[in-house]
Design a protein around this ligand. Structure first.
Ligand SMILES: Cc1ncc(COP(=O)(O)O)c(C=O)c1O
Length: 406
């Protein structure tokens, strides 16, 4: 077939996670691979009542097109919620509804990136964003991170020496993949640097409301005095991903460009999805629902961290997330997490090797573990099996650190 594709398609790859998820769909697999919420917490019975109410009360509106910006009552609720939980000061006109926050990531690339422009991101960063943005042919410069997220000295060095930086992509709360959160000082320093260089920042925050421990921190958006922060929110992790509802909140000049992208992509987010989520918030208490999710995930996090402490060799490190869905594991040098993933899959345990979270590659001994999607007994069993494989691998590589943390 003599079909010629656009050059940009040479740069993009399918998500390694989505490929892996196909393998992990078998019921016997204990999967720490996806970023999926616990399905047993979805409010199925409530949504049956909600859909009937929407169709009975406003069926013709729900099945019709709506504005590109999105359903106003829902945008009003989102603005109120942002102002309450994130300390922002925004209104419904600052919000554009999107198909998940993933669409906002794609639009960010479309709006800001010409071929060869530089995107700065945390190292590691969310592969779904990197893959979406790759279509616009950027260069990625990864900024080093430590346990408190992006290192500001490194960020400043890159900004001072590179004039092609067009956008910065960050996840300051319970980051995917590392589970890390930036403390307040880092957020303040970050905004100081950004204000100096005036570079647009995409603050991607699907997990911020899922805080189990410690105090909430102000979002970058709430600290933004120059209209540089583009905030991406979503109902996927605090409600259900199936509705595919997210939003972009940005200053008017930027939001207008996103609106144009939305018109071209799919005209608008689904009317009936927006009305159902809005109705759920009228009929039930979303805060209460979020509390239920948190109560379940904190137990799963605790059991995963505790079992890793008991079952993994001491030389293995992992993060202690204060919220969100993931912990990030670093194996000793020489252990290839990709190769080890195959051996774990033979024991019916799946995780995502860390390599694909580094846009420029080169790191092989890390992996991401999700704890939201598996019941506690499976978490224990899966981590035990991983521990066995790890000990075998370390023994093979002649690594002497075989003791456990017990
Ligand atoms: C950091 C991050 N951003 C964006 C998304 C996309 O989420 P959605 O499109 O469901 O809102 C995800 C999904 O896991 C994510 O982890």
């Amino acid at each position: 077939m003599a079909v010629k594709f656009a050059d940009r398609m040479g740069k993009v790859e399918g998500s390694a996670i989505r490929e892996l998820l196909k393998l992990t769909a078998r019921p016997e697999v204990i999967s720490f691979a996806g970023g999926m919420p616990a399905p047993e917490l979805f409010p199925v019975e409530e949504m049956k009542k909600v859909s009937v109410a929407v169709l009975e009360e406003q069926g013709q509106v729900a099945l019709q097109y709506t504005t590109t910006e999105g359903y106003l009552p829902l945008r009003e609720k989102i603005a109120d919620r942002m102002n309450k939980t994130l300390k922002t000061n925004v209104g419904p006109d600052d919000i554009l509804m999107t198909s998940g926050s993933q669409q906002g990531l794609d639009f960010s690339g479309k709006v800001f990136i010409d071929k060869g422009d530089v995107i700065l991101c945390e190292s590691p960063s969310y592969m779904g964003a990197l893959n979406a943005m790759k279509a616009y042919e950027p260069q990625f410069i990864e900024i080093n991170t430590d346990n408190d997220g992006m290192i500001m000295e490194d960020l400043e060095k890159v900004l001072a020496s590179n004039d092609r930086v067009k956008m910065i992509y960050v996840i300051p709360d319970f980051q995917n993949p590392s589970g890390r959160t930036w403390p307040l000082e880092r957020r303040l320093k970050f905004m100081e640097i950004i204000n100096k260089y005036e570079i647009p920042v995409v603050e991607d925050n699907p997990y911020g409301e899922l805080r189990f421990d410690g105090e909430s921190l102000p979002s970058l958006k709430s600290l933004d005095t120059k209209g540089l922060v583009i905030y991406l929110g979503t109902f996927s992790k605090i409600f259900c991903p199936g509705y595919r509802l997210g939003w972009t909140c940005a200053s008017p000049k930027i939001l207008e460009k996103f609106n144009i992208c939305k018109q071209g992509a799919d005209l608008q987010a689904s009317t009936i999805s927006q009305m159902e989520v809005n109705k759920f918030m009228d009929m039930y208490d979303l805060d209460e629902h979020v509390e239920k999710i948190k109560a379940c995930y904190v137990k799963r996090r605790d059991i995963m961290l505790q079992t890793m402490k008991e079952e993994f060799p001491e030389s293995v490190e992992f993060t202690h997330p204060q919220g969100g869905l993931f912990t990030w594991v670093t194996f000793p040098e020489g252990i290839d997490a990709g190769e080890m993933a195959k051996k774990c899959l033979e024991k019916n345990v799946a995780y995502v090797p860390g390599a694909s979270f580094y846009p420029n590659g080169g790191v092989y001994n890390t992996c991401r573990l999700n704890y939201s999607n598996m019941p506690e007994e499976k978490i224990v069993e899966g981590i035990k099996r991983m521990g066995e494989v790890l000990r075998e691998e370390l023994a093979k590589s002649g690594n002497e650190q075989l003791t456990t943390n017990e």
